[in-house]
Design a protein around this ligand. Structure first.
Ligand SMILES: O=P(O)(O)OC[C@H]1O[C@H](OP(=O)(O)OP(=O)(O)O)[C@H](O)[C@@H]1O
Ligand SMILES: NC(=O)CC[C@H](N)C(=O)O
Ligand SMILES: [Mg+2]
Length: 567
């Protein structure tokens, strides 16, 4: 689900863009734990540092920030949905031509294969990884280049962007930097992925204003930015050095349907997204769930419940309200290990399984001889719930009810969550009774989709424009057109990923092996991983003399683009 941000300081002599971006990464870390990166520019020269791991590891507890001077920049936290877990796919991506472009993408494209073919054969651009975000950047770069300008102006940027919307299908919210010129933010025409912009007075130049864009408002408010606005579906904003934001509707809005999973799980509760308070939406989910439990289980079963227990951390808010609504004691009976992070967004199933017990442990006395009602925000693969239920039983629970703040996840997610294979989903093609058996619980109850939507809508401000959401994972109907064969392609690339993970290094070893190596000026050396999807595309489509412009698969590659020289 990735976190993106961008900063432009009103004082272009200031040197603290990386410092602030680095800070923002901590507020967005929950959106991506696989890789992190920052690119900034000073005097038209780009400096970047990126690599695998958490923010603290990639930037060596912040010590690498000194290598990143400048007044504007972009940053990224990665949770992979395309490609694999390779340092070469860490973002921001950079292309030197034209003008030195750095880009951070949150989202997922469904026509990567077609884009790769276009970039390879028509645009003649080198694509270095299997990441769909690299494709998006190259489509933009090609369009900007085709304008044939020695220097681009703001209008050129918007014109080139139109090409991105035309060619790139899927959901995306992106931030970009044009070296020495300014920062850009844009969002898909359904507003599926989030992006907002805020401002604050410059601390070093009187009368000047700093601007910040990020996936979630919490990154802005914690850095002292106010006047927060959401970038709208199909809209872009460009802020030029020393300038003010220029908004442009690049393509007509198709819908205004943010991904409801942002409210269920992804976003922080202290964020507002598209005028909706994530915290309030989760409270409302708890309230609606109480109604659903009464309807589904009846008063007698409710009466027998001894205690309501959340699965930390995301479900805490909804569970507390559920307890109040049902007039039951609330117990923080699962203790979360503060040194273990989010489980769901880990790349490998083995790591996810291992992580649950490491992360959550029961206080036995809270379970012993009790009827417990365990609340989670979602049950996706069932990795967490199955493990949790066993722990509850080992601790002496006599009856276990499991309730979910969101409906059954039955379909793949195509807009930025790594969920491809429906057979991985615990609820796919199953009745409530079958799911209960699979989870080994006495009862399982899910929120209805309508109630979930209502919970989010009711958490919106009065002028909130959002009236519906992207809810494809719950029903199979997506806001964007999903091309035929896409799910099969995803399934194959997931299979490839599994193969790669099995045959290559273990997750931990890979982390170590791919640590970023600093080269002069703060760039990280990127060691490219296997490029299976790309190899496949070439293999299927032509037998020409490839190695093509896009190079052979499985090579070890050192990216050379740590500096961009523009004047
Ligand atoms: O059914 P599953 O496949 O296990 O996925 C669902 C679980 O994963 C998430 O927790 P996670 O540990 O990622 O994050 P959290 O600490 O924010 O709850 C989510 O909150 C559920 O607990
Ligand atoms: N979760 C995301 O937004 C992923 C971005 C991009 N598709 C990647 O895999 O790197
Ligand atoms: Mg959880």
């Amino acid at each position: 689900m990735c976190g993106v941000s961008a900063i432009l300081l009103g004082d272009s002599k200031a040197d603290t863009a990386a410092l602030e971006l680095h800070e923002s990464c901590y507020y967005l870390q929950h959106r991506g734990q696989d890789a992190a990166g920052i690119a900034v520019c000073q005097g038209g020269r780009v400096y970047q540092c990126k690599g695998l791991g958490l923010v603290s590891a990639v930037f060596n507890e912040g010590r690498r920030i000194v290598d990143l001077p400048g007044w504007c920049g972009v940053s990224h936290l990665r949770y992979p949905t395309a490609g694999g877990t390779y340092a070469s796919e860490a973002q921001p991506f950079f292309v030197n031509s034209p003008f030195g472009l750095s880009m951070s993408v949150n989202g997922n494209l469904v026509n990567s294969k077609e884009l790769l073919k276009f970039l390879d054969r028509e645009a003649r651009r080198h694509v270095n990884t299997d990441s769909d975000s690299e494709l998006l950047l190259n489509v933009f770069a090609h369009a900007l280049n085709e304008l044939g300008k020695f220097r681009a102006n703001v209008e050129d940027v918007f014109t080139a962007l139109r090409e991105v919307y035309t060619r790139c299908h899927g959901a995306y919210a992106c931030t970009a930097m044009i070296a020495g010129f300014g920062i850009l933010g844009f969002r898909d025409e359904n507003g599926i992925r989030p992006l907002c912009l805020g401002s604050r007075p410059s601390a070093t130049l009187e009368g000047a204003t700093d601007y910040f864009m990020a996936s979630e408002s919490i990154a802005l408010t914690q850095l002292g930015f106010g006047n927060i606005v959401d970038i709208l579906p199909g809209q872009a904003v460009f802020i030029q050095k020393g300038g003010v934001p220029q908004f442009r509707q690049i393509v007509p809005r198709k819908s205004y349907t943010p991904d409801i999973f942002e409210f269920v799980y992804f976003s922080r509760p202290d964020s507002h997204i598209d005028g909706i308070s994530v915290y309030r939406s989760r409270q409302n989910m708890g309230r609606m769930l109480a109604k659903k439990l009464r309807e589904t289980l009846g008063e007698q079963v409710i009466k027998d419940i001894d205690v309501i227990i959340p699965v930390p951390e995301t479900s805490n808010i909804a569970a507390a309200v559920l307890a109040t609504e049902l007039n039951k004691p609330f117990s923080s009976a699962f203790i979360k290990n503060r040194y273990i992070f989010r489980t769901f967004i880990l790349s490998e199933q083995k790591a996810r399984q291992k992580s649950v017990r490491r992360k959550l442990s029961p206080i036995a006395s809270e379970f012993k001889d009790r009827v417990v009602c365990i609340v989670d925000d979602s049950i996706v693969r069932g990795t967490t719930s199955r493990e949790i239920v066993q722990m509850a039983k080992e601790a002496g629970a006599v009856r276990v009810l499991f309730v979910s703040c969101s409906p059954e996840v039955t379909h793949p997610h195509v807009h930025g969550i790594d969920l491809a294979d429906p057979s991985e989903l615990v609820a796919h093609g199953k009745t409530r009774e079958e799911i209960a058996r699979r989870l080994d619980v006495d009862e399982v109850v899910y929120q209805s989709l309508e109630d979930l939507k209502t919970a989010c809508i009711e958490a919106g401000t009065e002028d909130c424009e959002v009236k519906d959401f992207e809810v494809g994972v719950f029903c199979g109907k997506y806001q964007t057109v999903v091309p035929e064969g896409y799910f099969e392609h995803l399934g194959r690339s997931q299979g490839n990923k599994k193969k790669i993970n099995k045959t290559s290094l273990s997750a931990e070893k890979e982390q170590d092996a791919a640590r970023p190596v600093l080269v002069a000026g703060g760039g990280a050396v990127n060691v490219a991983g296997p490029r299976e999807g790309q190899q496949e595309a070439h293999a299927e489509e032509d037998d020409e003399e490839h190695e093509s412009a896009n190079g052979p698969a499985n090579r070890e590659d050192i990216s050379l683009y740590n500096f961009a020289n523009t004047s």
